[in-house]
Design a protein around this ligand. Structure first.
Ligand SMILES: *Cc1c(COP(=O)(O)O)cnc(C)c1O
Length: 353
């Protein structure tokens, strides 16, 4: 497809790496393209980063037709820029689109526009240790009517934000509140789709946890509030005895690409990994009898987040003395090593621009 390029009149000054944070600074341009039932995807364009104008009845503003993705461009030591498993994000976006009745984007088209956009903005990929260019593709329904139905018009866009190292002073284990009141998703719902609505429904529990000094919540299943699902914006894994356990993809859990990559790294190194149901009672017992050796969250933003404490029904449990464990550290070193090109990518996961 032809991608029109409208260059920004003046380019912004690149920020100092130490001030980046997460998702606060945006690059000079953004990608957009529109969909209608009659024309399909059309009008692909890279334009100056600017506000988006919407009809006040636009579907996304009333009925939440929105999905998104998150991936990063990494600058390697030789200066080249690479992506990590971008086709996985593209495939997942189409799965999310299917669930929300948003249009599919052919994989080769999505790959073409993503890589073209990153090429235009690649100078924004910072080089300081742990920093990267976060890419946020998103799609929303944009019919100009209040009628409720599958959308006929949609917009797909990609914005980019240089982001800092998630960990300022080394990797610090996080404290997690196990949520037993609100639920995030149910089977048959949208839990497996990366959609804004899941986050809207999660915020209340997140705020409550934060007030008590916890950084994120661990969700239990929406039916029995018994089985562990995932943490905020990360999947979760446990080392119990010599088994690595992670909740199976039941339909209400987001199938993380970091989760999948962890499982593949662990299996390649001979670890026993089980994707299965794990109940809160099993976890509580493992915390009480000392067989829970490590726990960590995994997702694109932080890669691997060691968990140092859980709180469940006001009882606090410390994991591994609040320190990062051996398996957690190995996964962090392996994934970040591949992403920033410091160790050989024997899995073929990286794509150089
Ligand atoms: C994006 C996301 C994850 C992590 O997925 P990655 O592909 O590893 O970044 C986990 N849970 C939720 C709810 C998410 O939105």
């Amino acid at each position: 497809m032809d991608i029109k390029f409208v260059k920004a009149d003046a380019l912004k000054e690149k920020p100092d790496s130490s001030t980046l944070g997460f998702g606060k600074i945006f690059t000079d341009h953004m990608f957009m393209m529109d969909y209608s039932r009659e024309e399909g995807w059309h009008d692909a364009r890279i334009v100056p980063f600017a506000n988006i104008s919407l009809h006040p009845a636009s579907t996304v503003l009333h009925y939440g037709s929105e999905i998104f993705e998150g991936l990063k461009a990494y600058r390697t030591a030789d200066g080249t820029v690479q992506l990590f498993r971008p086709m996985e994000n593209i495939r997942r976006m189409n799965v999310s689109a299917d669930r929300l009745c948003l249009p599919q984007i052919p994989e080769d088209l999505a790959f073409e526009v993503l890589t073209e956009f990153v090429k235009v903005e690649q100078d924004w990929t910072p080089s300081a240790s742990g920093t990267s260019l976060y890419l946020r593709p998103f799609m929303f329904g944009n019919d100009e009517t209040l009628g409720v139905h599958a959308v006929h018009n949609a917009t797909f866009a990609i914005i980019a934000s240089p982001v800092g190292s998630y960990y300022k002073e080394g990797i610090n284990p996080v404290k997690i509140m196990i949520e037993d009141e609100d639920v995030r998703a149910v089977r048959g719902g949208t839990g497996f789709a990366k959609c804004g609505g899941n986050y809207a429904a999660s915020n209340r529990a997140g705020e409550r946890a934060e007030k008590k000094g916890y950084s994120q919540v661990l969700w239990l299943d929406g039916v029995e509030r018994k089985y562990i699902e995932e943490v905020g914006a990360m999947n979760v894994m446990f080392k119990i005895g010599d088994e690595i356990v992670t909740p199976m993809l039941s339909g209400s859990i987001l199938p993380g690409i970091t989760r999948k990559s962890c499982i593949e790294v662990l299996k390649s190194k001979g670890y026993k990994v089980s994707e299965r149901l794990i109940s809160i009672d099993e976890l509580a017992e493992a915390m009480e009898n000392g067989t829970l050796l490590e726990a960590w969250g995994c997702g694109t933003a932080a890669v691997i987040s060691p968990i140092g404490e859980f709180c469940y029904k006001d009882v606090k449990y410390t994991v591994n003395n609040g320190e990062i464990g051996e398996v957690t550290q190995m996964l962090y070193d392996t994934l970040t090593g591949i992403q920033w090109g410091n160790i050989e990518d024997s899995f073929g996961w990286t794509y150089k621009l």
